[in-house]
Design a protein around this ligand. Structure first.
Ligand SMILES: O=P(O)(O)OC[C@H]1O[C@H](O)[C@H](O)[C@@H](O)[C@@H]1O
Length: 444
């Protein structure tokens, strides 16, 4: 098992009987997920996905990635939320945050995830004089941020290579049959990939949504899916020892004890976008009906120099979950310095990963002593296989955690409010009444 939940540091915060007491609710959640009888049961396509995914499309994804890698210097991936975070998270976890600067071959840039004109201009600058392709990703096919960026980038591509060649360099990942993007793709003859109906955005990284950009980065998507498939089997067993369920129970028990915030922390900067992916997964799944733990994140030891004080001594509203990556992608041997001018020879003659681990162990003990409940998710490495495994671990834990909280973990009705206001304020037809009302509030 390449992902484990280690709760040994939680012993002074949660008694074994508390797990026993909540476990029947886990059994119920397990049953509801398996027989599709719980809330949001039309969005459970992720559950068997690592086994049942469309193999024909998977092969087309690999072919498209090969083509992009051979005919493009740059791949622009336009998408937001679930159509953005997972792909970037896996690419950076497996290849590192500086993969574009270090690796030969196609550079991958993400856009359509903001309305910042500065950001878009920078993306346009990146494409100057480069051969580029676009992967536009939107399940609904109507998301404003993505559609707006895509409108600009598509024109850029058409101006650069002509409409006919542009049509061969635009890859659309969207709904099987509906939405503006699907209609456009069919009309223009762009290669299309499908976001299955029963897979929500935040559960879509192992569909074409994530797989095409991830394959373009040269990551082994077979290994990624295999990791998820093995996790699907491991966490498919209903038992108090199921680590995904243990993590879900821990979250819920701590929430009931008044903890309102979870901080996911990792001592590896390559994990920063996985943190962001986790925030969408748990934030959109659980933050509703005026309930839920607020997911936050840190990268340590970096953030120990900013958030460390609060975590050690501040208000005791949070618990921490550390992602412990057992084997780093690379190591660095620290040599002894003659004269020991910087006083750091006590660190010498060992690998830097050992120093990082001691920092983690020291932090675990300090924060636990400071009254922060702390669990550890142990991951073998950030290989494609282990990342696939970890993704499924979080999926399963999140679904059960949502059911334990008695919410529908698979919808996100609250996200619409800002959109409606934005459309009204921008004068989108159909929003006239709301526009007047909102302007009165703003100017009042
Ligand atoms: O893929 P799309 O339809 O463009 O949606 C992208 C994202 O935007 C929405 O507002 C949702 O809150 C997210 O769950 C979703 O992942």
């Amino acid at each position: 098992m390449s992902v484990k939940f280690n709760g040994k540091h939680l012993a002074k915060f949660i008694r074994p009987e508390e797990y026993d007491a909540i476990y029947p609710q886990v059994e119920l959640a397990h049953r509801q997920l398996n027989d599709h009888s719980g809330p949001g049961n039309d969005f459970l396509g992720w559950m068997d996905l690592p086994h049942t995914y469309d193999k024909e499309e998977f092969a087309r994804i690999k072919q498209a990635a090969e083509k992009i890698r051979s005919d493009s210097d740059v791949l622009l991936v336009a998408g937001i939320g679930g159509s953005y975070l997972g792909a970037r998270a896996v690419v950076e976890a497996c290849k590192g945050v500086y993969h574009n600067d270090i690796e030969d071959g196609v550079k991958i840039y993400f856009c359509g995830n903001t309305i910042s004109p500065t950001y878009l201009n920078d993306i346009i600058r990146i494409t100057k004089g480069k051969r580029f392709s676009i992967n536009v990703i939107s399940k609904s096919g109507t998301t404003t941020e993505t559609a707006l960026a895509f409108r600009v980038l598509r024109k850029l591509l058409e101006d650069s290579v002509g409409p006919e060649e542009a049509n061969k360099r635009i890859y659309a990942t969207t709904d099987r049959s509906k939405g503006t993007l699907k209609q456009l793709a069919d009309a223009q003859g762009w290669p299309t990939f499908v976001v299955p109906d029963d897979v929500g955005g935040r559960y879509s990284v192992l569909t074409a949504v994530g797989l095409l950009p991830i394959a373009c980065a040269g990551i082994d998507i077979d290994a990624l899916m295999q990791g998820a498939a093995d996790a699907c089997d491991a966490y498919g067993v209903c038992s108090p020892d199921n680590d995904a369920y243990r993590y879900a129970m821990t979250r819920n028990i701590l929430y009931r004890k008044g903890k309102l915030v979870e901080t996911l922390a990792c001592f590896e900067p390559d994990f920063a976008m996985m943190n962001e992916w986790y925030k969408q997964l748990f934030g959109e799944s659980e933050g509703k009906d005026q309930k839920g733990l607020m997911p936050t994140s840190c990268i340590f030891s970096t953030d120990l120099h900013s958030m460390g004080q609060f975590l050690q001594d501040g208000s005791r509203t949070m618990f921490e979950t550390y992602v412990d990556i057992k084997n780093t992608r690379e190591d660095f041997y620290i040599e002894e310095l003659e004269g020991n001018f910087d006083g750091l020879n006590f660190l010498a003659n060992q690998n830097m990963s050992v120093v990082n681990r001691k920092a983690m162990e020291g932090t675990i003990l300090a924060h636990t002593d400071g009254g922060v409940p702390l669990g550890v998710i142990e991951v073998d490495s950030l290989s494609a296989y282990d990342v696939g495994y970890l993704i499924y671990f979080f999926w399963k834990a999140c679904a059960v955690s949502g059911y334990l909280l008695s919410v529908n973990p698979f919808d996100q009705p609250g996200v619409e409010s800002y959109k409606k206001n934005m459309f009204a304020l921008l004068g989108k037809p159909g929003y006239e009444d709301r526009k007047a009302e909102l302007e009165a509030k703003l100017n009042g």
